[in-house]
Design a protein around this ligand. Sequence first.
Ligand SMILES: Nc1ncnc2c1ncn2[C@@H]1O[C@H](COP(=O)(O)OP(=O)(O)OP(=O)(O)O)[C@@H](O)[C@H]1O
Length: 224
Amino acid sequence: MSSPLISLRQIEKSYPLAGGRVWVLRNIDLDIQPGEFVTMMGPSGAGKSTLLSVMGMLDAEWKGEYFLDGQAVHAMKLKERGELSRRTIGFVFQQYHLLDNLTVAENLEVPLSYRDLKRGEREALVGDMLDRFQLVGKKDLFPSQLSGGQQQLVGIARALIASPKVLLADEPTGNLHSQQAKHIMEVFQTLNKQGTTIIQVTHSEANAAYGHRIIQLADGWLQK
Ligand SMILES: Nc1ncnc2c1ncn2[C@@H]1O[C@H](COP(=O)(O)OP(=O)(O)OP(=O)(O)O)[C@@H](O)[C@H]1O
């Protein structure tokens, strides 16, 4: 069996509160294999977004061990984490988080600015993504000129343009109509079949049905 792409050991997170602490993640042990499509579910406030942010290295304030693609994230400085994250992880947000003053094509180019690529190479990668997500006709529009579903397609294309091994998605269809949500889930399913490991947070059983397994969080504990 191949080694896990993501390995979490005894991950804990808490915030100081009124002289004590409020616990958000408790003793999380989790392995995710390359090629998996995992859904994280659980009640509001259970810690799902927090755990996804830890995995996506958007959050560095936690205790425990995190191995990503064989590398010990917990032992890395912030700068190294940033570099590993840019090479390995794509993140999709419920609110899309596109840059409003950039066009679709310019938004897609943002993750490539960290790479040492020639202009022509960057343009070719953006062109591929526009093709793949049927956004060619929208490339010069600004996010406010797109539907929610189209904005999320741009968000996904941006997350994928640097070829990450893992796609992390926090309620990716939370702001979309059911038909748009279905389209986004079909896109995820295709990406997963092509080899991208996916971890999504959702409250939707319909979305969860696209994945291979469901993990449940409650009050910061992973349910066995
Ligand atoms: N700065 C903070 N100080 C104290 N508690 C916090 C802070 N930020 C988040 N929390 C708490 O962490 C817990 C987990 O939040 P998180 O957003 O991870 O939950 P979730 O499972 O994603 O919920 P939802 O389904 O509503 O998005 C919540 O109880 C929240 O109140």
